[in-house]
Design a binder for this molecule. Sequence first.
Ligand code: GLA
Length: 358
Amino acid sequence: MKLIRVLPVLMVFVLLSALLQVTKASEPQVQVPSLGQVYKEYFPIGAAVNSRTLLTHRDLIKKHFGSVTAENEMKFDHIQPFEGVYTFDRADEIVDFARENDLMVRGHTLVWHNQAPAWVFKGDNGEPVSRAVLLHRMKEHIHAVVGRYKGAVYAWDVVNEAVSDREGFLRADSPWYKILGEDYIAKAFEYAHEADPEAKLFYNDYNAVNPDKRDKIYKLLKSLLDRGVPVHGIGIQAHWDIYGPSLADIEAAIKKYASLGLEVQITELDVSLFAWGDKSSFTEPPQEFLEKQARRYRELFELFRKHSDVITGVTFWGIADDSTWKDDFPVKGRNDWPLLFDDNHQPKKCFWEIVNFD
Ligand code: GLA
């Protein structure tokens, strides 16, 4: 093609791109404030991280969060997959990252019916172990893990999800409960306290603001405290959605737990776009749902700020919508968008709603 023919096209192209540059430069740049800084005087804001998101979401973690929780890396099956075989590498990575970046670490979790390897509860013959053997294994594990991170992990979710949300008091399907009975909970707290007397020890659960389950959890915590068991706080997991639970239930639970003199932390916050039981799906999040989510986050954080005298931490279960367990739960493979940052790590409307307040 002759140059004379392409020249005008080229010139138009050059002119247009120059114009675009000028417009871009004159557009006001929106400053994104640090979430952690905005909430500095209220409570630390945390995020659950994993070995991958430490790399892929590094900038967001460093800019916005003051605390991290290991999403899986400190659970029993990750740390001691076989008896006496401790695999601390991934948990160490998270603790090292936190140290380098001046972040607090919440330890999660020591005694839970899930993600505890089968060997813990079985003898060589495959039969359930005795009470004495299981208590010994529990103690060894807690001492090894809490001891290793003494001074680095400021708070532990010592026991996770022990209370039943059906009939009955404690969940009977827990292998800890089956072998040790009710006092496995007290034992776990005692061992954790021995291993690090400075660490804040939490009981952590879901549906913790549902009035029936709340009253059972309250009863459990009260009886632990009455017996002098070293428990310092309650973790409300807060895997919620745009419809519920009600603010009234959340507030009543915060007050009731705090009346025991315990710290309250929101430990696993996310706000799904789907009501529980709804199986519908979308490829993109509908705008009206994102608006609802923004309103809901605003109301939640208004409530959290109101109770910042007893709330000592709010942790999100993830960082951005491109990496969330909700994409597989409760509907496998369905997209959800429960967090403050979108798939491209940009702040969503819900982010702006919780940072802009007077
Ligand atoms: C519970 C546990 C967390 C995590 C979530 C789902 O809430 O406490 O560790 O496993 O379920 O991701």
